[in-house]
Design a protein around this ligand. Structure first.
Ligand code: SAH
Ligand code: SF4
Length: 446
């Protein structure tokens, strides 16, 4: 989500006449996008901004955006006295204007009292949500792949999570706007879009996304209907979305997965824990059995369906037995990939009132155990695909070995192969898999 917001700000600044710098040292304006979901992430963003103060050897503007700004409010200038501006997540559209105001005010801003803080109301809808670079470099990922925000904020209030406090209430963008944005991206060469929202399957639930005459029959079907509308966009090849929740894995969604050529067979379905007691404390609104039922539904119609997840280890009161439940759930679900997070208490959340009682070393151990399990499981899942032919969207020369190229299959798995002739970035090729590794597949052009 932050990658997308940064990209939108970059596009707006370019439209306002600014030019992308080669690197930090050359830049007259540097904006750091922050995340406060975990303490470490926030510290990293603030630390980065602090280091940038050292670059204040000449007049340049340093700003901070993102959800840490919303959490810290005016205190952000106590932590970072030389910061020129700070903008909360739902007001990033104002950044071009803030910058031109600051440039007019003259330097150094902190001594002129001209520093700017912009924190929106919970429900503000930012300008610039649909801003994308006009003509990204032909060999950049932006040229053929784009994120599109469809849902802002979150209304779920999981006990550990600060997102609803800092990103505000859920708001679904009108479907017409989303379709127009994707059509315009496709017409300039974008082949793949990834639709973004904290709980993307709740699209159109809190507020209407489709309006009279758009053929909407019931709120619950808003998201599958959006997928069907995007399927018709000329030139678009692939549709992804993240993050999902088991409650949204309806028969209607599975029907669209089955019938669509463009909707990718991958779901990022964060589970957080395999213990019913912890899931209830977290307020996740599903049980272990309900989660696994959603997994079964997807894998029954396609055993190769790719599933990835997020897990939190060391939630307050998580016992060894709870942890083992998480381990066994991960095995049962057969995840293709998993992101493991060590619990981090966030101010103002419900769980922050509970003692953070799993020692750091134990969180670390649980993290390592799950990572080692996942490494083996990832390999096993990938071995199942040896001999199959995957459709791969070409991303360019592989980072590790430039002779090889890489891309992704429908399940978002990285596929590495040797090109036999000239290949275009962003094209679709067929690759027969010859080798499996825990994180990548290797193959040859079929
Ligand atoms: N909206 C998504 C998650 C967004 S936050 C969802 O509900 O699926 C991304 C991930 O960060 C979460 O899935 C969770 O695993 C992790 N996370 C969130 N708050 C956390 C905290 N306080 N400590 C550790 N990890 C956390
Ligand atoms: Fe946070 Fe839960 Fe909302 Fe995800 S669904 S953003 S974890 S409150």
């Amino acid at each position: 989500m932050n990658v997308r917001d940064s990209e939108a700000v970059g596009a707006m600044l370019e439209a306002a006449g600014h030019i992308r710098a080669e690197g930090e040292a050359d830049a007259d304006i540097i904006i750091v996008n922050s995340c406060t979901v975990r303490q470490k992430a926030e510290e990293k963003a603030i630390g980065k901004c602090g280091n940038l103060n050292a670059l204040k050897d000449r007049p340049r503007i340093v700003g901070l955006m993102g959800c840490a700004v919303k959490r810290l409010g005016a205190d952000v200038f106590k932590k970072l006295p030389k910061l020129d501006f700070a903008v909360g997540p739902r007001r990033f559209g104002m950044i071009p204007k803030i910058i031109s105001d600051l440039q007019e005010a003259g330097y150094p801003l902190e001594r002129k009292g001209a520093q700017r803080l912009e924190i929106p109301d919970e429900d503000e809808v930012p300008d610039g949500l649909d801003a994308h670079p006009d003509a990204p470099a032909k060999d950049s990922a932006e040229a053929f792949r784009s994120y599109v925000t469809i849902l802002l904020g979150c209304d779920n209030r999981c006990s550990y999570c600060i997102v609803p406090d800092v990103r505000g209430h859920e708001y679904s963008r009108p479907a017409k706007e989303v379709v127009a944005e994707v059509s315009s991206l496709a017409s300039r060469g974008v082949k793949e879009v990834c639709l973004l929202g904290q709980s993307v399957l709740r699209y159109g639930v809190r507020n209407r996304a489709w309006f009279d005459g758009d053929g909407e029959s019931s709120y619950a079907e808003s998201f599958p209907r959006l997928l069907e509308a995007l399927e018709k966009v000329d030139g678009l090849e692939r549709i992804r979305f993240t993050s999902a929740h088991p409650k949204g894995c309806t028969d209607e969604l599975v029907r669209v997965f089955r019938e669509s050529r463009k909707v990718c067979r991958h779901l990022h379905l964060p589970v957080q824990s395999g213990s019913d007691r912890i899931l209830a404390e977290m307020g996740r609104r599903y049980t272990r059995a309900e989660y696994l039922a959603a997994v079964r539904k997807l894998r029954e119609f396609d055993p190769e369906f790719a599933l990835t997840t997020d897990v939190i280890v060391g939630y307050p009161g998580e016992t060894e037995a709870d942890f083992e439940e998480t381990r066994s759930l991960m095995e049962e679900a057969g995840f293709d990939n998993a992101f493991i997070f060590k619990y981090s208490p966030r101010p103002g959340t419900r769980s922050a009132a509970l003692p953070d009682d799993v020692p750091t070393a134990e969180k670390e151990r649980r993290d390592q155990v799950l990572l080692a399990d996942q490494e083996k499981r990832g390999l096993k899942r990938n071995q199942m695909l040896v001999g199959t032919v995957r459709e791969v969207l070409v991303e360019g020369p592989s980072l590790r070995n430039k002779v090889r190229w890489s891309g992704r299959d429908s399940g978002n798995r990285i596929v590495v192969f040797e090109p036999s002739g000239p290949l275009e970035i962003g094209s679709l090729v067929q690759v027969r898999i010859t080798e499996a590794h825990p994180q990548i597949l290797v193959g040859e052009l079929a």
